[in-house]
Ligand binder design. Sequence first.
Ligand code: ADP
Length: 601
Amino acid sequence: MKNNAKEKVKESSNALKNYVYMLKFIGKHTPFMLFGYMFFDVLANLPWTLSNVVLLKYIIDVVTEGTGYERIFYVLAAFVVFVIVTNLCTTLFYEASVPKQKEKLYFGIYKTIYDKAAKMDYEAYDNPEYYNDLVLAMNSMNDRAYNVLGNTQDILTNIAGVLTIGTVIVTIDPVCLVFVFLCVAIMTPIGRMIAKVNVERTEAMTPLDRKNLYFSRVFYLQDYAKELRLSGAGKMIERRYNKNIFDRITTISPYLRRQWQLYFCQESLPMTLLIYLGITLLMGYKAIVTKEVGMGDFAATFNGAASISNSVFAITSWFAISFRENGLYIEKFKRFMNAKEKIINGTDKTVYKKPVTIKFQNVSFKYPGTEKYVLRNINLEISPYKKIALVGYNGAGKTTLTNLLLRLYDVTDGKITIDGKDIRDWDIKTYHENFAAVFQDFSLFGATLGENVSMNDSPEAEKVKKALEASNFERELPDGTDSMLLREFDDNGVSLSGGEAQKIAIARAFYKDCAFAVLDEPSANLDPIAEYALNHSMTKAAEDKTVIFISHRLSTTVMADEIYMLENGEIVEHGTHEELLEKDGKYAYMFRLQAEKYNSK
Ligand code: ADP
């Protein structure tokens, strides 16, 4: 029991810390919005809270006295001025300032998340906990921030209400507060029970929510659109979707039953019996029978007690629910923000203008969180300007090898050196400036053709043209290199074929002035003729670079200076195309198999 209580206290203090963390975060990006939310709502609510109790009491008292009615006019006039001024402030704040502040906050939140995500090790994407936190941060932090603001604002408004009205009631008749305390004492534990049921309900619904999100992704993402149209998958998914809805209703029903019973007990019984009935009888008796208090006091205590009870009810139940829930989300956001990079940033800031020797020395590697070595004892030396082909069956370890060279992961054993220096000594950002990389799963961005080649927003037109020529991109676009790609930012954005897109990705490698290029399957989307032309121009355009490329098509490897064949994470053959054919080993076998396929076509 004791432990349980301790845990609850710890949980609440963590949730409180998380709230403060979020409020500080909001304050950093939009201090005015934080201040406004904390201040203006309290200000806007105060006149109404006071009018319900103090103003009402004053008016009734004056009326009961039977003289000096003009006082009511002055007080009402002051009240109206106060309301108009507070209204003006709050309207200006919520309508004229908050929408702008929201944009700022949105920008602040997403910039923080993007910056953190971009700085994180690539391997973090293999870590489900990190990835889930990232998705959660992306999807919900904006809403959470407003939730936290809204909650804090409501709590402050309610606390202000309880304090002001509490003071008024104490001055009239402190006994009324006993009724309020009793009411709160009954409401609070029920509020906690409601919060608990709500948390259980959310937990029970989470896996079903995830399924729902999957269904909506399937129906809105273009990736699925073709398959859905051409196959029966739509019906299959729809059936699963229907079942999920049925499961959701079945799962939620028992929680709803418990919740409505608890809400009923919480709201009706203590409020009706203690406030409406109890205080009415007590104060009614004192006002009418013993005449200890006036009619104004009677009205003020009745309204005030109900208002305090409602405020406390709101604080204990509704806020208990969102307080904990928001706290959990913020905890995950904090975990994401505090995640540490494993790849250590060195200090070397060398950027080579000309290629130098790259060496893999006894390199072995297993992916983080896995036990199996996917590369074992790799030794290879790449002399400057060489064109190196990595070949082998799927899963042999080719991409992993290039990932290590690009320092997307660090080696498990051994080392990789460039110009004799361990690549782990480099400052990671500078290190990447040495490489142009084209990935198998490259992405085009919603930007102009030129920007997609230069990968920055100030492309040099001549250089872009040359890079596109080198990658044999021949299509004339309406606005040349200023043509927008994709439709996200321009309704007339250009759509490209797989081959065209790949040529743009390859052009990036030619555009970047760097000593080394790494190309993963550069010709996967090209037809054999385009592939032949690419090989030809690639040899010319990459004359001043060391090029390491992965290829499944062995016709591309003919142009390589050296070929490394990998199998199960080891180099099994190494030599020029001719040498390997002569050796008549695994490479020669693979090459003939592919050549036969082409010849028989
Ligand atoms: P290739 O490029 O030759 O097809 P890869 O380098 O992609 O081969 O993969 C080598 C091995 O590493 C495969 O067994 C693959 O399943 C495994 N692998 C690749 N990426 C990961 C990863 N992120 N986490 C765990 N294992 C991985």
